[in-house]
Ligand binder design. Structure first.
Ligand code: GLU
Length: 385
């Protein structure tokens, strides 16, 4: 059947496509070590799982209010106000899977022809969402030499009278860069001066090793023009639970909730109750996971430094390395070679934007054994290039 022009214009998600391919190869018996998907390998902490089971046994298996259960909206608002300094209440929270929030934001705020600024490289689905609604992505290049920190002067140069929104993702997928507060202040000034919306994806906010997380919505004059999204997937190893949220002024929550009510109705009921436990319960497991990620980052950096022709920044957050390679092949070809010849899966840098060419993304949310064995496999493939 003929799909819409909108859909024809976008490729499938690069990250999900590789993960699907790896699953298929594994199910056919291939021994693949995967660093492709950005997903913690830990099991969700047991207090959260127990809370979900209790909720199911209590029969909490029906629709919830489309905005989310009141206890969870309040828990999210309380923790965000306290930790991020965003002046929000429960009425400023829409509970929804994080990717769904991003998709609904594109539908809710962008008209055909509107320009959206986004850092290059950045996560694969922002561009797809923008294109799908007929808006225009305008990349603002960031560089390896600057640690992928956004330069507000370059943002200013990219602004036109069609600029509607800027996407910020700190810590960043794929680079792990934590944007300094001074950078976010520069971007905030540009948003205010040019009447632009900031879309701040803070899904990796708790996975930070150095540097400090700053929410742009906490800066003066920004709450009213910022859509902040975050969620539980990465922080609590809950990728399969699909719980996240949007924080925004109340009228914006009402507006986006129209889309929620016409699409998924609400987030899954029993994962919402478990999410209250995730946010308000013990944070010991979360803190241990972050400490483990840091050890793995250091191990991976150490081992990668033994491969000639690779250079890597030391990322301050998230669980990705974004190494630069000097072999004269495209990042798609490199990822294919690593997978087919080395049986190790990474994501080609080009999937994250034009500036990602010449790089690959490695998720180190994998065991130390897999990191060591996978990098050994990479080394052999790089030796043939
Ligand atoms: N965000 C993760 C990644 O970049 C999961 C897949 C996706 O949503 O793209 O690998």
């Amino acid at each position: 059947m003929m799909t819409s022009k909108r859909l024809q214009e976008i490729p499938p998600s690069g990250t999900v496509a590789i993960s699907n391919l790896v699953s298929k190869m594994k199910s056919e018996g291939a021994d693949i070590i995967s660093f492709s998907m950005g997903e913690p390998d830990f099991t969700t902490p047991s207090n959260i799982i127990d809370s979900c089971i209790d909720s199911l046994k209590d029969g909490f298996t029906h629709y919830t209010p489309s905005t989310g259960i009141p206890e969870l909206r309040k828990a999210i608002a309380d923790v965000t106000k306290k930790n991020n300094g965003i002046p929000c209440e429960a009425s400023n929270v829409l509970v929804t899977p994080t990717k769904q929030a991003l998709f609904m934001i594109a539908l809710a705020y962008l008209n055909p022809g509107d320009e959206v600024l986004l850092p290059d490289p950045s996560w694969v689905s922002y561009e797809a969402h923008i294109r799908m609604v007929g808006a225009v992505p305008k990349y603002v290049t960031t560089s390896f030499d600057d640690g992928f920190v956004i330069n507000p002067e370059k943002v200013q140069e990219a602004v036109t009278d069609k600029s509607k929104m800027i996407v910020i993702n700190s810590p960043s997928n794929p680079t792990g860069c934590v944007q300094p507060e001074s950078t976010l202040k520069g971007i905030a000034d540009i948003c205010i001066d040019n009447d632009m919306i900031a879309l701040s994806d803070e899904i990796y906010e708790h996975i930070i090793y150095n540097g400090k997380h700053c929410s742009i919505a906490s800066l003066p004059g920004m709450f009213d023009r910022t859509l902040t999204v975050s969620g539980l997937s990465k922080t609590y190893a809950m990728t399969g639970w699909r719980v996240g949220w949007l924080i925004a002024p109340e009228d914006d929550i009402k507006a986006v909730n129209k889309l929620q009510s016409h699409s998924i109705t609400c987030c899954t009921s029993f994962t919402q109750t478990a999410s209250v436990e995730a946010i308000t319960g013990s944070q010991k497991d979360r803190d241990e996971m972050v400490a483990t990620f840091k050890k793995r980052r250091d191990l991976a950096l150490d081992l990668l430094s033994e491969i000639p022709g690779l250079e890597c920044n030391v990322p301050e957050g998230a669980f990705y390395l974004f190494p630069k390679y000097d072999a004269k092949i495209s990042s798609n070809e490199l990822a294919e070679k690593l997978l087919m010849e080395g049986h190790v899966a990474v994501t080609p840098g080009r999937a994250f934007g034009p500036a990602g060419e010449g790089f690959f993304r490695m998720s180190y949310a994998a065991s130390e054994e897999d990191i060591a064995a996978g990098i050994e496999r990479m080394k052999k493939v790089f030796a043939t290039l």
